[in-house]
Ligand binder design. Structure first.
Ligand code: ATP
Ligand code: MG
Length: 785
């Protein structure tokens, strides 16, 4: 045991070692990117196990992703070897919540084998409830309600706790009732949605103190990574588990008692006014920080004072306020800043040595984040060499940007770099399309982390199914996909006879549909629907040979009602899907005809997705948290994209600061090379517009940055509006209005992934591809004189 101990503790710096060895009482490790926070957590678990302080099953460790949990398990195994039996409870909040909930499902009116619904199921269910309540789903779409319910669940609010005002918004006052009906329906279906995995566990704990006490006694050590991004529900859940068992059993036996701290002192389930209280000025951590940084006007729950003689357990949380990037999903950076208030006597340990990045990369990132006001501030030193400066380059447009990235990666590959050590981090998922296309052309293996690849998105698959069927009327898979998308009033019975007929006659489904559309045996409504569909495909097929294929694609999407379906959908992600459809049509321009395009896509889709393949990783900045790569490409640093226009519009300064943290997370993923790029022209909503370099570029310190001269020679310094990064020369114009205001106005909305905004003001739907976004201001560049 001694030898093992020496091995895993070796190499830790004194502060890290202190964080690993301080096993009793609450510990907060508050430190910047790459300082070894995650490593401290992993080593701490190994240390607890090898000292025999707890059995594996008595340790609860929470990671931000399942992948991180797997990695941590692997590392712990390597550190302590065969000596340990079993494994800690190691996973995300959701996976651990699910594990607990299954064990006690009956207590919350579920069965142990309950289903976990995905978002699509959830929305389908909500749509039914909305219809049953006689609410116009077109005005009040299921997706919007789903977003709202998720928001409530993130805040730990059951239906009866939703504030009256908020609960009254949806469906003119029906939101809260629909939420209650939804919860009841889930129970009859023996199902839980994602939010329930936490919320129902909290309810279980509150209503059954004995069950809670059992877990409080079990978990001797609690560890949490990425603590800065916990939301209220996660915080409550953690607080309950982090108390000594006596706290739950010695006080009131009724429900709600563990949630104690109400101003009114009333028992019963905590009402929002009881669980929410203003920030606590007593925290030493936050003494000099303005902590209303989120600007959402939402306070976090009050602390739960532990009863006397019951000090909080051995809880160790690690995090970095500068990497809080999930505010839009309800995360409360405040949680980390009040840790020492919530857990009196907490030891706060700061790590200041960064082991990940070179001095140039770290210098650039630290300087950038220093522009945020709502932060604690911290010292960070690089342990590495100076390395190479952060490279900033520009391209004419995103296609050229993708080509440049591809070229550079090929060069790296030739010099012996592993593709696994290269990542491309984008702000919005639509940016992936051109990069993926380029990689396919080059034959560069890649994987998309944390989301479907562009051509695998539902709306893209739908659109492709239409185009495939136009190209190849016997494509039954395509037919099945779109026959009722959008809804054409074809019921299960009609579809069944369609299939039967096709099989009996040995013809494709489209031909069977043709036969049925004239058959008296078919009811008038489905018959008419099939007739229209068949006629439409005949028309499109005729147009295939006369019209340019991009135009044909627009016509197909418009005339089929598919575009309109998404335009009428007032949900949070509808705009993003329309953006993707636009991008799809745009991507067709690169091909001579429809056939060539379809072939290209099937090749893209066929690319090996093997996990162990040496491949470049492509993901959003949000998905990159906690990860590291030798080389990181950061494309699209333009106003409106990073910072993202919607964050600015909806959350003002707080939104801008969260965007800056995202940029900071991006740069700090790199060990050796960070390569930032921006383009001077972006095509949004089908029309070109000049884009302005991100203000974050100006916030990078010159001494750590190398600006590459663009081929066109326009990425120079100095211009009318004071940015070092100038694209104006490219247009032979100069801006008359200094500053960024004009630039922001001209930004249209980009795809919102991974944002899920609840307030979406839809445009009047026209059902036409070419009109998407037409309400937005005209493209920039016109302000030149
Ligand atoms: P992030 O905030 O991005 O999640 P982090 O603080 O969790 O970063 P880690 O991922 O734990 O940082 O560590 C960053 C890198 O530094 C890892 O490659 C890790 O192995 C290495 N590292 C950490 N501590 C040391 C050390 N004492 N000596 C050498 N390398 C270290
Ligand atoms: Mg980490």
């Amino acid at each position: 045991r001694g030898a093992q101990r020496a091995a895993y503790l070796e190499g830790l710096n004194p502060e890290q070692r202190e964080a690993v060895e301080t096993l009793d009482g609450p510990v907060l490790v508050l430190a910047g990117a790459g300082t070894g926070k995650t490593r401290v957590l992993t080593t701490r678990i190994a240390h607890i196990l090898s000292l025999g302080r707890a059995r594996a099953s008595e340790i609860l460790a929470v990671t931000f992703t399942n992948k991180a949990a797997r990695e941590m398990k692997h590392r712990i195994g390597a550190m302590v070897g065969e000596a340990v039996e079993g494994m800690p409870w190691l996973g995300t909040f959701h996976s651990i919540g699910a594990k607990i909930l299954r064990r006690h499902a009956e207590l919350v009116n579920l069965k142990p084998d309950f289903t976990i619904l995905d978002v699509d199921d959830q929305i389908r269910l909500l749509k039914q409830l909305i219809a049953a309540a006689d609410i116009d789903e077109k005005r009040w779409p299921g997706r919007l309600l789903a977003t709202q319910i998720d928001g409530w669940k993130n805040r730990g609010l059951t239906p009866d706790q939703v504030p009256a005002g908020e609960g009254a918004v949806f469906g003119n006052g029906r939101g809260r009732d629909l939420y209650a009906a939804y919860q009841a329906r889930l129970k009859t279906l023996n199902a839980a949605d994602f939010g329930d995995l936490l919320l129902e566990t909290i309810r279980l704990f509150r209503e059954h103190p004995a069950v809670l006490a059992q877990y409080q006694a079990r978990f001797k050590y609690i560890l949490v990574d990425e603590y800065q991004d916990t939301n209220v529900a996660q915080y409550l859940w953690l607080r309950l588990l982090a108390q000594r068992p006596s706290a739950a059993t010695s006080t009131s036996p009724r429900r709600g008692e563990v949630d104690a701290p109400s101003a009114s002192g009333e028992g019963g389930p905590a009402s929002p006014s009881q669980t929410l209280s203003p920030p606590h000025p007593t925290s030493a951590l936050r003494a000099n920080v303005d902590l209303s940084p989120r600007g959402r006007g939402e306070a976090v729950p009050a602390a739960m004072p532990n009863p006397p003689h019951a000090p909080p357990k051995n809880i160790c949380c690690v995090g970095d306020d500068d990497q809080s990037i999930y505010g839009w999903r309800g995360a409360e950076v405040d949680n980390i800043l009040r840790f020492d208030h919530d857990f009196p006597g907490a030891k706060v340990i700061r790590l200041e040595r960064n082991y990940r990045s070179t001095a140039h990369i770290l210098g650039a990132a630290s300087h950038l984040i220093a522009h945020n006001e709502g932060r604690l501030g911290k010292t960070l030193r690089s342990e590495g060499e100076a390395g190479e400066k952060v490279v900033v380059s520009s391209s004419w447009d995103s296609e050229e940007e993708a080509r440049a990235i591809g070229e550079e990666i090929e060069q790296l590959q030739r010099r012996g770099h592993r593709l696994d050590e290269i990542a491309i981090l984008v702000r919005a998922s639509f940016q992936m399309r051109e990069i993926e296309d380029r990689f396919v052309t080059l034959g560069l293996p890649y994987r998309v982390i944390g989301g479907p690849r562009f051509y695998e998105r539902a709306e893209i698959r739908d659109a492709m199914a239409y185009l495939r069927l136009v190209n190849q009327p016997a494509d039954d898979l395509a037919f099945e996909r779109i026959v009722n998308v959008p809804k054409r009033g074809l019921g299960d019975a009609a579809l069944q006879s369609l299939h039967d007929l096709a099989r009996a006659r040995g013809v494709p489904l489209l031909e069977a549909a043709r036969a049925m559309s004239t058959s008296e045996a078919v009811k008038p409504k489905p018959r008419a629907a099939l007739r229209d569909l068949v006629a439409a495909f005949d028309r499109w097929r005729a147009q295939r040979d006369t019209l340019p294929h991009t135009e044909l694609a627009e016509i197909v999407l418009d005339e089929s009602g598919y575009t309109e379906m998404w335009q009428k959908d007032r949900s949070a992600d509808a705009a993003g899907r329309l953006e993707n459809l636009k991008e799809l049509v745009r991507s067709m321009e690169d091909f001579e005809n429809l056939q060539g395009f379809l072939e290209h896509v099937s090749l893209v889709m066929d690319t090996d997705r093997g996990e162990d393949l040496d491949a470049v990783s492509i993901m959003t900045l949000h998905a990159a948290k906690g990860l590291e790569f030798d080389t990181v490409f950061l494309p699209g640093w333009e106003e409106g994209l990073l910072p993202h226009q919607r964050s600015l519009d909806e959350n003002g300064r707080a939104g801008l600061e969260e965007e800056r943290r995202l940029a900071h997370v991006g740069i700090t993923r790199a060990r050796k090379n960070a390569r930032i790029s921006f383009v001077s022209n972006r095509r949004i909503h089908g029309s070109w517009s000049s884009s302005l370099p991100s203000r974050f570029l100006d916030e990078l310190p010159e001494q750590h940055v190398e600006v590459l001269e663009a081929k066109g020679g326009f990425a120079g310094y100095g211009n009318a509006y004071g940015s070092r990064f100038d694209t104006t020369a490219a247009f032979g114009s100069s801006y008359t209005t200094p500053g960024w205001r004009r630039a922001q106005k001209n930004r249209g909305g980009f795809e919102e992934d991974p944002h899920e905004y609840s307030q979406v003001e839809p445009e009047e739907p026209t059902g036409r591809m070419r009109d998407i976004g037409s309400r937005r201001p005209p493209a920039g560049g016109g302000n030149g004189t």
